[in-house]
Design a protein around this ligand. Structure first.
Ligand SMILES: [Zn+2]
Length: 497
């Protein structure tokens, strides 16, 4: 994902070297040495994983390095900038490098810093020695509403809302973004899928193991952020309920398996995808979380509780050092490590997930962990945060649509009640049962429909049309509830180490 915002403004400069260089194509980038330098406008403080040799006036001269390292070490510079160490200044030190639009945005509440320091400890307790000398969390705080991250071996580019650290309740979807990107130093850079590695950037790569590269990283982001205190266990369960519902109800699973969805970045990267639930798009993140929950549950079951996913990570990512070259892995390597922990036919188990269609119950791991997906008429706070993030009322699991306060319909669930009534993204709801549209009027109409169809007047292609949605239920929002008689091993998974 691109950490949002412009690359160049008077206050903030991002330098992604890969967009700026000419290089001899076809040669291993790790064998090409470069001596980079960078001139910045005065008053901008730079952060980067590159090591500075000397600074002359406005020009920074970096130590000679390889092209491979340079391409993986962007610079972020800002007028309002601060560096907060999260560990002692030893081998493997991590710092939070903040660049903001205003001086006051640089003040991070001490509770947030305490959690970030816990996070580094929790990551180290699973993954062990780091594949970096020091690690820079290059964080850009902005008002443009974009959040996202890009991983590197010794740094990450993180885009967050200016209010991120202060408006913690509203940030439930992004609290584990930093955890996710740091985990990539191990799961992505120290070890990377064989078909995703290339010696030089002009060689195409493919993503057959993205359910491991992104899926397990997303899983660890959720787990480690909770172990560090960035989520309470209840908040994390509400978060998991959202993706459990999303994957369980994905109509696109009828035709597209996860092992096909991983091809998406090869031809549609960063393009918007209409009807995402039917097309699928990057489902290997959220479905990956469900998959690795199931793997953890199965490891525990096979070993009567002696093995779990922590042991997998310790074994699979062991041996990281500063100078360790990237070690590639294959599907068989994943199976072999799982088999060392708990002998079983892991190949069939994993293929049963990634090649499956909608016959697979993707919530099975959660259920084995003692929690099941259910729906109630009151949204969880995580669900509300997700509605706020998209700026919609999310009725995906009832009427089958999401709608902005303006009445503009942003998504329609494929095959759902609104879909069957002829709605599609882009139409605007003008009235609900003859009353002018507001979000509250629509919610009230669903709540009190008593089995009667809901009449909508919509603007479709500049024509007003009345449609009738046959939906007999009430509002439905996902959450998790305990499975009677099953041990709650999810709590054990989420407990700090
Ligand atoms: Zn990622």
């Amino acid at each position: 994902m691109v950490a949002g915002g412009d690359l160049l403004t008077p206050e903030i400069v991002s330098v992604p070297w890969q967009r700026l260089i000419l290089y001899p194509a076809g040669w291993y980038t790790r064998n090409i040495t470069v001596a980079p330098s960078l001139s910045l406008p005065t008053g901008l403080r730079p952060f980067t994983a590159l090591r500075v040799e000397r600074t002359e006036a406005a020009t920074i001269h970096f130590e000679t390095t390889t092209l491979e390292t340079l391409l993986d070490a962007p610079v972020l510079a800002g007028r309002y900038a601060a560096q907060v160490p999260l560990t002692a200044a030893v081998h493997g030190a991590v710092s939070l490098d903040l660049v903001a639009l205003r001086e006051e945005d640089l003040n991070v509440p001490s509770a947030r810093l305490r959690e970030l320091r816990n996070l580094i400890k929790q990551i180290r307790s699973v993954f062990g020695s780091p594949p970096f000398l020091r690690y820079e969390i290059l964080t850009r705080l902005s008002d443009d509403g974009s959040s996202g991250g890009t991983e590197h071996r010794s740094s990450s580019e993180i885009g967050l809302a200016s209010s991120h650290f202060k408006d913690w309740p509203g940030q439930i979807l992004f609290r584990d973004l930093i955890a996710h990107e740091i985990v990539h130093a191990w799961n992505g850079f120290y070890r990377t899928p064989a078909d995703l590695w290339a010696p030089t950037p002009n060689v195409p790569v493919s993503g057959s193991l993205l359910w491991m590269y992104e899926g397990q990283t997303e899983f660890w982001g959720r787990v480690l952020a909770t172990r560090a205190g960035q989520f309470t266990q209840a908040e994390l369960r509400d978060r998991l309920a959202i993706e459990a519902a999303e994957t369980a109800a994905r109509p696109g699973r009828a035709w597209r398996s996860l092992s096909d969805d991983v091809n998406y970045p090869a031809f549609m990267l960063r393009q918007s995808v209409p009807w995402r639930d039917w097309q699928r798009r990057r489902d290997y993140y959220s479905e990956g979380v469900m998959l690795w929950l199931a793997v953890d549950a199965k490891l525990r079951e096979l070993s009567e509780g002696r093995q779990n996913i922590d042991n997998f990570a310790r074994l699979f990512f062991a041996g990281a050092t500063l100078d360790a070259p990237t070690r590639t892995y294959t599907f068989e390597d994943i199976c072999r490590t799982l088999n060392e922990l708990a002998p079983a036919d892991w190949k069939t188990f994993l293929r049963g997930w990634i090649d499956a269609h909608d016959e697979l119950d993707t919530t099975v791991g959660l259920t084995q962990h003692g929690w099941q997906l259910t729906f109630t008429d009151i949204p969880t706070s995580a669900f509300r945060a997700s509605e706020d993030e998209s700026g919609v009322a999310d009725l995906t699991y009832s009427l089958g649509l999401t709608v902005r306060d303006s009445g503009s319909v942003t998504t329609v669930a494929w095959g759902g009640p609104a879909f069957r009534a002829g709605l599609r993204p882009g139409v605007r709801v003008l009235a609900v049962n003859a009353a002018p549209f507001t979000r509250e009027v629509l919610l009230a109409a669903v709540r009190s429909s008593g089995g009667r169809p809901i009449m909508l007047t919509i603007d479709r292609d500049n024509r007003n049309v009345d449609v009738s949605i046959n939906y007999t239920g009430t509002l439905r929002y996902p959450r998790l509830e305990r499975v009677d008689g099953r041990a709650d091993t999810l709590s054990a998974l989420l407990a700090p180490r």
